[in-house]
Design a protein around this ligand. Structure first.
Ligand code: ACO
Length: 544
């Protein structure tokens, strides 16, 4: 039974969670003397207009302020103009659908592989300014939280939106601490893994397996159920991770100790041997707690997006978290910390850093732990992590790989290749050194990322569920494949022909080139009946 006053969100599924509505009505009178073509104004915030007078130059700041927040688009195929509402610095992609070449046209779509310029949701969890190197959770700067907060308090903040009172924090910590045990059958499940199974593989599988133990988790629109799964997931992640680690060592599992802190207990489950009571080193315990704070959320990254996408099918949170963990496993995301360590080991000495950087610049390698989709400045988490590294090294001794890492950073921050691309160390560059010094094998590094990120994933998941605008995530595609053709019996198939799957990347380029070449067979595309227009393209739309 839940205690009163602790539901994660009071809102009902159908109550919009947003303070600022998207559906701001269009101005009634068309601005700048524009008149519409007589159709009723479309409901999606786009109206067709013809003709349009040029906008007068603002005579004063006041006039500038009076300018509407709209975007006027001219479709050169038809000569029609459209006015699209701009809200929070974005236009709605669906508004583009009104723009049609003719009545049979499906309507314009936006094309944005890898979502480099597409907001998929409204969020209030974390804020990043990539140019300034700012990260805030619910408005609180990450540096301040790292200095003053604890992981469990930060998890509460991320999930509930506000810092807890003392009583709220006690209750929150109590429930999470009392959900750290896992069903004994999970141990049997773990025992089935080979001794050298990667702990991330074991973690992903056991998180997914939790869904079979808690069928009540399917009740995703019940706030009490969501809260319980939240306690369970945050509580059990360290246990699953530690058990996976112990399995790989062939050591007996160490059970949770409720008297220890969240990270203290995690260290206990990892490293306890014959002592009756494990006492974590306070410096390492706090260092790990700060690392957990720094990794707790990071807005719409690959794994958060996976959590939202998979969760949008209304699957239970364990299955969605398993998917998010799988996304994190990749070397371009949370798996990068493991790759950084392997890279530093490969370099082997400060003297070989220059040669490695040369290979990176030649495109042969990537400098792992460098670069970020959003940060075009020093990752603020990396700054804090550098300080923690010093504290950990004081206890555990200086990691010999640190000198190599510092030399890497020094060269990269001066080299035009990295400077011009604005590639700076990200969160993963120094974490591996700390984890290694603390005694973790490299394969555990992404696991150490997944544990704290669970709070962020759950916050993103819940925000998605409560957002009345969200639906099952289902992107569109640009279909450039074959048109309908007749099945060819196997005896009639020419060997080697028709088996090549051409690269979509080459086919959407606008330049002329030999068929199949990397520079875009525009003619080939035209032959297939795809209509090209000014470097853009229209497509056959695949729908389900
Ligand atoms: N080493 C060398 N060159 C790089 C690196 C790198 N680490 N990162 C980016 N670049 C180069 C790219 O080759 C590209 O060069 P080009 O313009 O000549 O083609 C340019 O910088 C832009 O890079 P993109 O790949 O377009 O950047 P994107 O935003 O798509 O990728 C990513 C970001 C995946 C993080 C990338 O920087 C990378 O692979 N870094 C190494 C892996 C890593 O550290 N990942 C952890 C990120 S933090 C996290 O997820 C927790």
């Amino acid at each position: 039974m839940l205690s009163k006053g602790l539901p994660l969100h009071a809102e009902d599924r159908h109550t919009p969670a947003w303070e600022i509505p998207w559906d701001i009505p269009l101005p009634r009178a068309a601005p700048f003397g524009v008149h519409s073509i007589g159709k009723p104004p479309p409901t999606l915030g786009v109206m067709a207009m013809n003709p349009v007078k040029p906008a007068p130059v603002a005579a004063s700041e006041e006039a500038a302020r009076a300018r509407p927040d709209t975007l006027t688009i001219t479709d050169n195929r038809t000569g029609k103009q459209y006015e699209i509402l701009i809200t929070h610095g974005t236009i709605r992609a669906l508004d583009l659908r009104q723009i049609k070449a003719d009545s049979n046209d499906f309507g314009l779509m936006s094309y944005d592989p890898a979502f480099t310029n597409t907001a998929s949701c409204i969020s209030r969890v974390s804020y990043i300014d990539g140019d300034k190197g700012i990260l805030r959770y619910r408005g609180y700067p990450i540096e301040e939280l790292a200095e003053k907060s604890t992981y469990l308090e930060t998890a509460y903040l991320i999930l509930r939106g506000e810092l807890p009172t003392k009583a709220q924090l006690e209750e929150w910590s109590y429930h999470i601490t009392h959900h750290t045990f896992i069903h004994e059958s999970i141990k049997k499940f773990l025992d089935g893994f080979h001794y050298d199974a990667h702990p991330m593989g074991m973690l992903i599988s056991t998180i997914a397996a939790l869904s079979t133990f808690y069928p009540d988790a399917k009740d995703i629109f019940n706030p009490e159920s969501r809260l319980k799964q939240t306690w369970r997931l945050i509580g059990k992640m360290p246990t699953l991770a530690a058990f996976a680690y112990r399995h790989s060592l062939g050591m007996p599992y160490a059970y949770p100790d409720n008297e220890l802190s969240y990270t203290g207990n995690f260290l206990n489950m990892l490293f306890k041997t014959t002592e009756l009571k494990y006492r974590p080193n306070p410096t390492l315990e706090r260092a790990l707690d700060i690392l957990f704070i720094l990794h707790a959320d990071h807005e719409q990254n690959c794994s958060a997006n996976a959590m939202r996408n998979v969760g949008s099918s209304h699957v239970d949170p364990y299955s969605a978290t398993a998917a998010a963990t799988a996304a994190l496993y990749g070397p371009l995301h949370g798996g990068a910390n493991e790759q950084v360590l392997r890279m530093l080991l490969e370099m082997g000495s400060v003297g070989r850093v220059g040669e490695y950087i040369r290979r990176v610049k030649a495109g042969e390698r990537k400098l792992m732990g460098f670069g970020h989709r959003i940060y075009k400045n020093y990752d603020p988490r990396a700054r804090v992590i550098k300080q923690i590294a010093e504290q950990v090294f004081e206890v555990m001794g200086r990691n010999p790989l640190l000198e190599i890492a510092l030399e890497c950073e020094r060269i990269a921050l001066e080299d035009d290749y990295f400077v011009s691309r604005r590639l700076y160390p990200n969160v993963d560059f120094y974490t591996g050194l700390i984890y290694q010094s603390m005694g973790f094998p490299v394969t555990m590094f992404p696991v150490l990322f997944a544990i704290p990120r669970t709070a962020g994933w759950l916050a993103q998941w819940e925000e998605m569920l409560l957002d009345g605008e969200q639906k099952i995530a289902r992107p569109r595609q640009v279909y450039l494949g074959r048109e309908q053709r007749a099945y060819v019996p196997i005896e009639s198939r020419a060997s080697g022909k028709g088996s090549r799957i051409s690269s979509p990347k080459s086919e959407i380029s606008d330049s002329e080139g030999a068929p199949g070449s990397a520079t875009a067979p525009r003619k080939e595309v035209e032959k297939r009946g795809i209509l090209w227009h000014k470097g853009s393209f229209h497509r056959a739309v695949g729908q389900t």
